[in-house]
Design a protein around this ligand. Structure first.
Ligand code: SF4
Length: 337
């Protein structure tokens, strides 16, 4: 989509909060800062997340600086994908020297992080059969040697070309989540100390959110268990592809193309196609481990926000009165398996 098309699209959209831009590789797009400015001004977007492979170092730093300088009220999160140490990462990514280059990008981004309190830097690791034995050591490495705001660990999702990558066994995933939680908690405490917008209540909900999402993903991955809340894909979030195809989530097929609606988002939103797909999601009762949609569905679920997360927080507090080991507070269904 051209910048003109995106501007038209933005002018037909209501205000919304979160814009998550993924690829391919988003930082290959030279006008990325201008794209974000359009949504920042027209739609009051205030949270932007960009996952990156960390390869175009110079261009990444340039664009991130432009975004931070021109959108002062924006909270910008960049997630650099790292799937293992040197050889593993380069093999998975099929790019020699990728680990070194991505690490160099992280080091450069850390300098921006020190200057801009509204900029957060994460590492994103996808857990697969190929890297399952080193992801926790990788997390420890980044905790010791870098200045991150967080490290996400996500089990591989969808329908990969090589299905063997999904061979992570339940007991292996349980161990990984068990060891990932203290790393996640290390970063939530760090943010609570360093960021004025991240107070104690927010930290408690984030911690509970990690518990809840690992628990939900684990049960879904190992037993096909449904989520405790309905998926709101297509109602509270929408995916727009590079070619203007539109879908309710990344795992389902496109339901139309915005060019057919002359880039008028409002017309698309009120279309029969979208409503029909939302109904199909309900009928299919499809469930997955996709954290982006799980997270959005969680925060729109009264049951999760008013019952599941507070319950998890209270359970954590009670456990912490008796024990001080972070791993002891892992969800019961994870620890029982
Ligand atoms: S449950 Fe997963 S696959 Fe189904 S609509 Fe939601 S995000 Fe998509």
């Amino acid at each position: 989509m051209s910048l003109d098309e995106l501007s038209k699209l933005s002018s037909t959209m209501p205000q919304f909060h979160d814009l998550w831009i993924s690829g391919g590789e988003p930082f290959l797009r030279k006008d990325l800062a201008a794209v974000i400015q359009v949504f920042y001004h027209n739609n009051r977007v205030r949270d932007v997340r960009i996952p990156t492979n960390g390869l175009p170092t110079e261009q990444t730093i340039k664009i991130v600086s432009q975004i931070l300088e021109t959108c002062p009220e924006l909270r910008l999160e960049v997630d650099v994908s790292i799937d293992g140490f040197n050889d593993t990462h380069d093999r998975i990514r099929a790019v020699q020297g990728n680990f070194q280059m991505a690490t160099q990008t992280i080091t450069q981004l850390e300098k921006l992080r020190r200057t801009w309190p509204n900029f957060t830097l994460y590492v994103n690791t996808v857990i697969t059969q190929e890297n399952k034995d080193e992801v926790i050591n990788l997390g420890d490495h980044f905790k010791k040697n870098h200045e991150l705001d967080g490290h996400y660990f996500q089990i591989i999702r969808g329908d990969p070309k090589d299905s063997a990558l999904q061979g992570v066994q339940a007991h292996e995933l349980e161990q990984i989540y068990r060891k990932a939680l203290p790393l996640n908690f290390h970063y939530t405490s760090k943010q609570a100390r360093e960021k004025s917008t991240f107070n104690g209540i927010r930290e408690a909900f984030w911690r509970a959110g990690y518990h809840f999402s690992y628990d939900t993903q684990f049960n879904n991955y190992t037993q096909g268990t449904k989520w405790k809340m309905p998926c709101t894909a297509g109602q509270t979030s929408i995916v727009i592809d590079y070619n203007a195809d539109v879908r309710v989530c990344e795992l389902r097929k496109p339901i139309g193309n915005l060019r057919k609606y002359e880039m008028d988002f409002n017309r698309f939103w009120n279309s029969f196609e979208r409503q029909e797909e939302v109904n199909r999601v309900k009928l299919d009762q499809c469930f997955c481990t996709h954290i982006c949609f799980m997270y959005d569905s969680m925060r729109h679920s009264k049951r999760v926000m008013l019952w599941e997360l507070p319950r998890t927080i209270i359970k954590q507090k009670i456990r912490s009165l008796y024990r001080h080991d972070e791993a002891d507070s892992i969800p019961k269904s994870v620890t029982q398996s």
